[in-house]
Design a protein around this ligand. Structure first.
Ligand code: TEU
Ligand code: CA
Length: 563
């Protein structure tokens, strides 16, 4: 089917043709009433997922963890988090997935571990402890941390360690000490964990913040930019040995298995992208970037601003150009670190929620990239309203709140900001039905609040309603699978400058697809002349028929033509 494509683009792989469904286990399905989602809950839901068309599942971390950052702080890379179940539960989940021909991608958090990890418990004890070099300890400077590096989640990136009278590095919370990748024993220990899961039959890995693993060993102060800010992400990412480490990991582990990999490409720009994913470099299969996730934010205040669609499209174009014939891309509109896609990029008012969610789904599944679908987006789940700071769970929110208090900032403004931006919007439980606790738990207390709109928005009612976002998503999944042109075809933006329309072409051999998306609540003429010989593959308004003459798109309308 791909005989007429350039070699590197025609190399077919299961992971190019699949899409990834992300599960945040804590919030998916609770099987034992303790209010926390778990592995058995996922196993019980596999039929639901299969019905939707899910083939590949990425599980956010399931390992033993004190949950300072909900599992992104791992205490044992080869043990299951107690709240999530046992290793037998895991083996059963994997076996049930295999029965359904589903593939499993695990999340590896290798830049840092939890401070509960046995390696760190040892390392912090004394300067001559055999594990000391598993982490990064440095002398302070006149009672201050070694340099001005900041953590993503709280103040200085250095934490004082009493027993050794020095500081350890943590890019994230103080309970997430950074591992020392310079130490070959650390690397071998992590590779061992990878083999442990691969030997069980796991099909791939997502690598958390992978561009951060190699440090600048001179540990210089970061100079402030002209606005007085420290652009620390740029200084932490793409360190001197990152590619050497990834190539070693490929040699020692990945090449021995049929295994898909994706890197969370924090700090990777289009310039560096191909270095991580070009097949001949033998590092990773794909990465995902953040460039389209930072456009609708004011950097001074952190406030949400309207999406500048022209810039959004430019980002997509630049990434397509950067990777064309070089490596494979991915695309997402939401994950466990982002607010809900429909509330952010669509319109979650009752009139337009379902329509705009379907329009976004059309975009997600027709990029030249592996689509990443976050749990609940197939229902068009929305952001929640958090009444108070206490209702948030995220350690990042609580740390920002502490800073705000210390500086005497406005609580009202903070709440408003978190009500649009917080990661907790994505972490509210999956909405299974209209019953109490949305069918997520039979217990009295879910670990985080449940969106009250579950009376209207839930899987059960979506499945009953043929016009739902769920049925549309299912159809869209099928459309992508049945049209390899939408997977392998070239990408061309037809109206880069249009402020509210996103119109693009995917061309593949003799087949051409036009994807027409209206991002606004107004009718928009497209300057595209449809004709009756164009076949409508999928549309979010039921009555869409191509007429001769200019196609006019109604509010949030989306359609794919094939000819
Ligand atoms: O995310 C890294 C990352 O870029 C986030 O910290 C991002 O800056 C933040 O979510 C924006 O609010 C990964 C994981 O996806 C995230 O859940 C973890 O908290 C983080 O790494 C540390 O492991
Ligand atoms: Ca549970």
């Amino acid at each position: 089917m791909t005989d007429n494509l350039p070699k590197s683009q025609s190399d077919q792989s299961w992971w190019k043709e699949t899409f990834i469904y992300q599960i945040y286990p804590r919030s998916f399905k609770d099987s034992n009433g303790d209010g926390i989602g778990d592995l058995n809950g996922i196993t019980q839901s596999l039929d639901y997922l299969q019905e939707l068309g899910v083939e590949t599942i990425w599980l956010s971390p399931i390992y033993k963890s004190p949950n300072d950052d909900n599992g992104y702080d791992v205490a044992d890379y080869c043990a299951i988090m107690e709240e999530f179940g046992t290793m037998e539960d895991f083996d059963r989940l994997l076996a049930e997935m295999k029965k359904r021909n589903m593939k499993m991608v695990l999340d590896l958090v290798f830049n840092h571990s939890s401070d509960d990890h046995q390696w760190f418990q040892e390392a912090r004890k004394s300067k001559d402890n055999p594990y000391r070099d598993y982490y990064i300890f440095k002398e302070g400077k006149d009672g201050n941390p070694p340099n001005n590096w900041l953590s993503f989640f709280e103040g200085s990136a250095w934490e004082y360690n009493e027993a050794t009278d020095d500081y350890y590095l943590h890019y994230f919370t103080r309970r997430q000490p950074d591992l020392n990748w310079e130490n070959p024993k650390v690397r071998e220990g992590l590779y061992e964990a990878m083999r442990f899961w691969l030997d069980k039959g796991v099909n791939g890995f997502r690598f958390d913040v992978i561009p951060l693993i190699s440090k600048d060993l001179s540990y210089p102060d970061i100079p402030a930019d002209e606005n007085g800010r420290l652009d620390f992400v740029r200084h932490y990412a793409n360190g001197p040995r990152v590619h050497e480490f990834l190539q070693e990991m490929y040699e020692k582990v990945l090449k021995h298995y049929d295994c898909y990999t994706v890197g969370e490409g924090i700090g990777i720009s289009t310039r560096e992208a191909a270095d991580y994913v070009a097949p001949e470099r033998k590092e990773l299969d794909s990465i995902y970037h953040f460039d389209h996730m930072v456009l609708d934010r004011d950097w001074e205040t952190g406030k949400a601003t309207p999406l500048p669609l022209v810039q959004f499209k430019a980002v997509i174009r630049e990434w397509d150009e950067a990777l064309i014939n070089k490596g494979w891309n991915t695309f997402y509109l939401g994950n466990h670190d982002q607010p809900r896609a429909v509330s952010r990029f669509g319109n979650d008012s009752p009139a337009y929620r379902a329509l705009s969610a379907k329009m976004l789904m059309t975009m997600l599944f027709t990029q030249k990239a592996i689509p990443y679908l976050y749990q609940g987006d197939e229902l068009g789940m929305t952001n929640t309203h958090f009444e108070s700071v206490e209702e948030f769970d995220d350690v990042h929110v609580h740390n920002m709140y502490k800073d705000l208090k210390a500086q005497g900032g406005s609580e009202q403004a903070f709440l408003e900001r978190m009500n649009t931006n917080s990661r907790d919007h994505a972490r509210t439980p999956f909405l299974w039905n209209a019953e109490k606790q949305a069918g997520f738990t039979e217990g009295e207390r879910p670990w985080i609040k449940i969106n009250p709109n579950h009376k209207e928005i839930n899987a059960e009612s979506c499945q009953k309603n043929q016009n739902s976002v769920w049925h549309f998503t299912k159809e869209m999944i099928k459309v992508r699978k049945e049209n390899p042109g939408l997977i392998y075809g070239d990408y061309e933006d037809l109206a880069p400058e249009h402020p509210s329309l996103f119109l693009y072409k995917r061309a593949h051999g003799k087949e051409t697809y036009l994807v027409l998306l209206n991002f606004s609540d107004q009718e928009q003429p497209t300057r595209i002349n449809a004709s009756s010989d164009m076949q409508v593959i999928i549309a979010n308004y039921e009555d869409h028929t191509p007429k001769d003459g200019e196609t006019i798109l109604r509010p949030y309308e989306s359609v794919i033509y094939k000819f």
